[in-house]
Design a binder for this molecule. Structure first.
Ligand SMILES: Nc1ncnc2c1ncn2[C@@H]1O[C@H](COP(=O)(O)OP(=O)(O)OP(=O)(O)O)[C@@H](O)[C@H]1O
Length: 354
């Protein structure tokens, strides 16, 4: 269905568990028909955000608009449109067939049931003859995940929210879940929001990536976070000293904070120094300013961002990791490849504090 409204518009969302703030989102829109990838470390708020998007809970403060209208949790109008597949999928203590048929039966939609269930199982790579009669406890973790996915896909949802859908499945199943998700968008215009720790998989499926850190959402995708302890170098400068002796110079915050943000757009790979780079050795200072960071490390991974064709390059500097985003021709010109030693460069003035 075409609509001028985004599927979701979140306004001034603050969500607390007790006194602990777990989500802090000023303004976030999720476009209809988009596939959004949610990235973030354990405990950053991904599952909580998905729960709110599923209208399975109410934010402590703020409002969520669904296709332009303010919505409240558990409203009957929304329940048939939005579906969430949780990390540990819940299956009814029945057969696979009954699990998948359940949602349709509730809607009193029983036409062609067998054929539709056959297709739903096929969609997630499970054979009807072998799986339909099986009981819920006769499935591996990955199979249970795919049955739960089939049970949701058969309802042709407007919104499909997936929380770690490939955490316990093998590579083949991960590919099938990717294909089934893309088909849902193609065939029914489904909007998807998917949380996953598997960056490669997430970048291969999503149009846009949102990174969450301590409840704050970055619509620019993954950004670089540095956490303390920091040492004071002078009143205007903090320093993070890595285990190998390299020093990261940061502009001091003007209020208390122990979490620095270095945006990937402000980081580059220093080609001049590249050849001399070696692990654990700070590159020569030369005539650079004291606040100009030059850190030696190596390329840990390179991931393709499906929609833009850009390459996300993860760089390990001793025990921390930085990410930057490059056009494919840049990576070719610099002859970058995983394992290559490089020097990463950013100026301390580009430090932001969370
Ligand atoms: N029901 C709850 N009661 C209290 N605290 C909770 C509850 N659920 C989650 N939390 C806390 O809220 C924070 C966010 O949790 P959430 O599950 O949303 O993170 P996540 O990014 O999905 O993590 P993971 O990647 O480990 O699944 C964490 O600090 C977690 O401990």
């Amino acid at each position: 269905m075409k609509t001028s409204h985004p599927s979701y518009h979140l306004k001034n969302i603050r969500h607390y568990y007790g006194s602990k703030k777990v989500l802090d989102i000023d303004d976030l829109k999720i476009k209809t028909g988009s596939i959004t990838g949610l990235l973030g470390p354990n405990g950053s708020g991904k599952s909580t955000l998905l729960k709110l998007l599923a209208f399975a809970g109410k934010p402590t403060y703020g409002q969520i608009f669904y296709k332009g209208r303010p919505e409240v949790p558990f409203s009957p109008g929304i329940r048939s449109k939005v579906t969430l597949l949780t990390q540990k999928p819940y299956l009814l203590k029945r057969t696979v067939f009954d699990n998948i048929a359940y949602g349709l039966k509730i809607r009193n939609d029983k036409t062609n049931l067998e054929q539709r269930i056959k297709e739903a199982l096929l969609n997630v790579g499970l054979d009807y003859q072998s799986f339909a009669p099986r009981k819920w406890h006769e499935l591996s973790g990955g199979e249970a995940q795919r049955v739960a996915m089939a049970a949701r896909l058969i309802l042709k949802p407007e919104i499909l929210l997936l929380d770690e859908p490939i955490a316990s499945v093998d590579t083949k199943s991960a590919k099938l879940i990717r294909k089934a998700s893309l088909n849902a968008r193609k065939n029914w215009g489904t909007t998807l929001v998917i949380a996953s720790h598997d960056l490669q998989w997430l970048y291969s499926i999503s149009d846009i990536q949102l990174a969450i850190f301590r409840g704050t959402v970055f619509s620019t995708g993954m950004e670089n976070i540095l956490t303390g302890p920091f040492e004071k170098s002078d009143p205007k400068t903090l320093v993070k000293i890595l285990g190998d002796g390299q020093r990261i110079i940061l502009k001091a915050p003007d209020r208390h904070s122990d979490t620095a943000l270095i945006r990937k757009k402000n980081i580059c790979i220093d080609l001049e120094k590249q050849s001399g780079a070696s692990m654990g050795k700070q590159p020569d200072k030369g005539n650079r300013s004291d606040k100009d960071n030059k850190l030696s490390g190596h390329i840990a991974s390179m991931l393709l961002e499906k929609k833009s064709g850009h390459i996300m390059v993860a760089i390990s500097i001793h025990d921390i990791s930085f990410t930057l985003r490059l056009a494919p021709d840049q990576t070719r010109k610099m002859d970058l490849y995983p394992g290559k030693s490089i020097v990463l460069k950013f100026h301390s003035k580009n430090t932001e504090w969370l």
